[in-house]
Design a protein around this ligand. Structure first.
Ligand code: ZN
Length: 171
């Protein structure tokens, strides 16, 4: 947090370079970073790379967000998001760009994502519930936004440790 790249709107990844060695290196770096920090999602601007690329992977299902369903490593290039149902729900979110903090954010719980996958094929997928929140969190990174921008109540902004102690069971 504080790096200007995180506050810029990222540029679309050049479609004819999807699958190139530079692309493969970026994706590998993102996966390595996700694993190294135990995250579940990462956007390229968090690596200092201002491109519209997101990765999501939930391999270890026991996370700081509680028990989650497994999601295999997925790559999303140049995504667009449309809200399928405006009904919102809140979750405590963490972010590798704000290490040590968690914050409670309300977001729509049913979205439609259109993008390209790591092979450049069109991908259309719907997310509901927590995964809808995860994807919107990552998509916000491509738009220069952080989850703290979405918070309505800063009394629900917490250190990780205090989140585990006081909030994890009540959310
Ligand atoms: Zn984040």
């Amino acid at each position: 947090m504080g790096n200007p790249t995180l506050r810029q709107v990222a540029i679309p990844y050049p479609v004819d370079e999807i699958g190139s060695p530079a692309f493969q290196t970026l994706i590998q770096d993102m996966q390595d970073t996700l694993h190294a920090y135990g995250g579940i999602g990462l956007a390229a601007p968090q690596m200092g790379v201002s491109y519209q690329v997101i990765v999501i992977e939930i391999g270890n299902t026991s996370t700081r967000y509680g028990e989650l369903d497994q999601v295999s490593f997925s790559v999303f290039v140049n995504p667009t998001v449309s809200v399928a149902d405006e009904t919102t729900a809140g979750y405590w979110e963490g972010c590798l760009s704000l290490p040590g903090f968690m914050g409670y954010v309300d977001r729509p719980q049913h979205i439609q994502v259109n993008c390209l996958d790591e092979k450049g094929n069109t991908l259309s997928v719907e997310y509901e519930g927590f995964l809808s929140t995860v994807f919107q969190h990552e998509f916000d990174h491509l738009m220069g936004k952080l989850y703290i921008d979405r918070m309505k109540d800063l009394t629900q902004f917490s250190f990780d440790e205090e989140y585990q102690k006081f909030h994890a069971d009540s959310s």
